[in-house]
Design a protein around this ligand. Structure first.
Ligand SMILES: C[S@@+](CC[C@H](N)C(=O)[O-])C[C@H]1O[C@@H](n2cnc3c(N)ncnc32)[C@H](O)[C@@H]1O
Length: 204
């Protein structure tokens, strides 16, 4: 798998076309399964925008559990993969588009944004735009939650871009309060200890 870290959809598309999406675990992330088994008080069925949804395993899982999910990705083959499931699930809407440049009618219309190894795909200089985009599409009391990757003090490389807990805190602290921040005990494979489950609520 080669992730060159570009924000060019063509490079991501190529990876999907060559079946080389090494990040794809083929099922919903185990920490999301645990989350819905015992939902926290801040989570109830609502409208989710899944950012960088890839082949859609998480999006499908939340849709099957009663959430209305718009699964967004800018790689056409990823969205085509999600369409296979949305034909039989009217709670799931695949959307081909750039999360950093979403249509005006998305504004203030989602209860939740779902993150899973998408933030690390955004070049650091564009991350303030990621935060802006999350804020603009969430309702006033909306929540961003999900799995941020990867935090490894011994090796702070991506993929494709490095992330630190400090960076995430700094980017979100102005407009969001932390509802949850922990290291899941059931992360998939080598993600153990390297990902964080984080939930941020828009500040009043
Ligand atoms: C590492 S993959 C993770 C996919 C999925 N969330 C998963 O965990 O399997 C990152 C995904 O984000 C998508 N992506 C990256 N930048 C994006 C952007 N600006 N807008 C929409 N999708 C983007 C890529 O096409 C890719 O599918």
């Amino acid at each position: 798998m080669k992730i060159d870290g570009t924000d060019d959809p063509n490079s991501w598309e190529k990876i999907y076309q060559t079946n080389d999406a090494g990040w794809d675990i083929g099922k919903p992330a185990p920490p999301f399964v645990s989350l819905l088994e015992r939902p926290p008080s801040w989570l109830s069925q609502g409208k989710i925008a899944a950012f960088g949804a890839g082949l859609g395993h998480d999006a499908v899982y939340f849709a099957k559990n009663g959430f209305a999910v718009t699964a967004i990705d800018f790689a056409p083959s990823a969205v085509k993969g999600i369409k296979k499931y949305s034909d039989s699930n009217d709670k799931l809407t695949p959307f081909l588009g750039d999360i950093l440049n979403l249509p005006d009618d998305f504004e203030s219309s989602f209860d939740y944004v779902l993150e899973h190894t998408c933030f690390c795909a955004i070049p650091p200089e564009n991350r303030p735009k990621y935060v802006e985009s999350v804020k603009s599409i969430l309702k006033p009391d909306g929540i961003l939650f999900g799995l941020f990757y990867r935090f490894d003090p011994a090796d702070d490389k991506g993929p494709p871009h490095a992330t630190s807990e400090e960076e995430v805190k700094e980017l979100f602290e102005k407009d969001f309060e932390i509802l949850d921040w922990h290291t899941p005990n059931n992360s998939h494979g080598r993600r153990k200890t390297r990902e964080r489950f984080i939930a941020f609520k828009v500040k009043k």
